[in-house]
Design a protein around this ligand. Structure first.
Ligand code: FES
Length: 229
């Protein structure tokens, strides 16, 4: 099980209520982890036990009584007396909307995709109940990729230069997790995000493919990037 954020080492405990259930967890624990430990899985894409939470995907939003807005549960620490709701209708609508935006910019070739059946995006789309998107997928959102002069129909081209992995920009949701893993787990800065909006993608150096870059194929990014089963 991946609890979403690293465990707190504090010896001081905090009591709070999550979905009507009283829980006690170490101070510094995230709401996400506290919920996961009591058996409530909050939808998530970027959070993992391996990295400090950085709140990139915005899928894990929750409601906290007495607070405005919907904070990300992965980056919000528990507080004494907090009353948290993780499964309200409002939250379900927001999460579905967030997933809808991700899927609107994603190829819909799940049945022939190598990750089919072992894909967090697929799992989370199912978890939030997303069945369709209202926006124009199937190419309509990808004129920018076309302008780059690319193959692979209307999607940005794959980088297949490295014998150990293939990078498909069109399937990357740019959550930043691999970049963080490169920095935090491996202590190197080989990866970065380049471009903006539909053009954004993970890069390794300036105009280089992965094989020619500083990436040494250490595999660190694949550990936080894959759910533990
Ligand atoms: Fe919390 Fe991504 S899991 S923002």
């Amino acid at each position: 099980t991946d609890y979403g954020t690293p465990a707190s080492r504090s010896e001081k405990s905090v009591s709070l209520t999550i979905d009507g259930i009283s829980v006690q967890v170490p101070e510094g624990t995230s709401i996400m982890r506290a919920a996961m430990e009591m058996g409530t899985a909050i939808p998530k894409l970027c959070a993992t036990d391996m990295l400090d939470a950085f709140g990139s995907c915005r899928l894990c939003l929750v409601e906290v009584e007495g607070r405005n807005g919907t904070p990300a549960s992965c980056t919000t620490p528990v507080m004494e007396g907090m009353v948290v709701h993780t499964q309200t209708e409002r939250l379900k609508t927001i999460r579905k909307g967030v997933m809808e935006l991700y899927i609107s910019d994603h190829p819909l070739d799940c049945l022939t995709c190598a990750a089919n059946g072992d894909c967090e995006l697929q799992d989370m789309a199912g978890a939030v109940g997303l069945r369709d998107v209202r926006y124009g997928y199937e190419g309509e959102n990808h004129v920018f990729a076309k302008a780059d002069g690319v193959a692979n129909d209307h999607w940005m081209p794959k980088d297949q230069s490295n014998p150990y992995f293939t990078y498909e920009p069109s399937k990357c949701i740019v959550c930043n997790r691999c970049v963080r893993a490169c920095e935090e787990v491996q202590g190197t800065f080989a990866l970065t995000i380049s471009g903006r909006g539909f053009d954004s993608r993970v890069s390794a150096g300036m105009n280089e493919n992965f094989l020619e870059s500083e990436c040494v194929s250490c595999g660190a990014v694949s550990r936080p990037a894959r759910p533990r089963r």
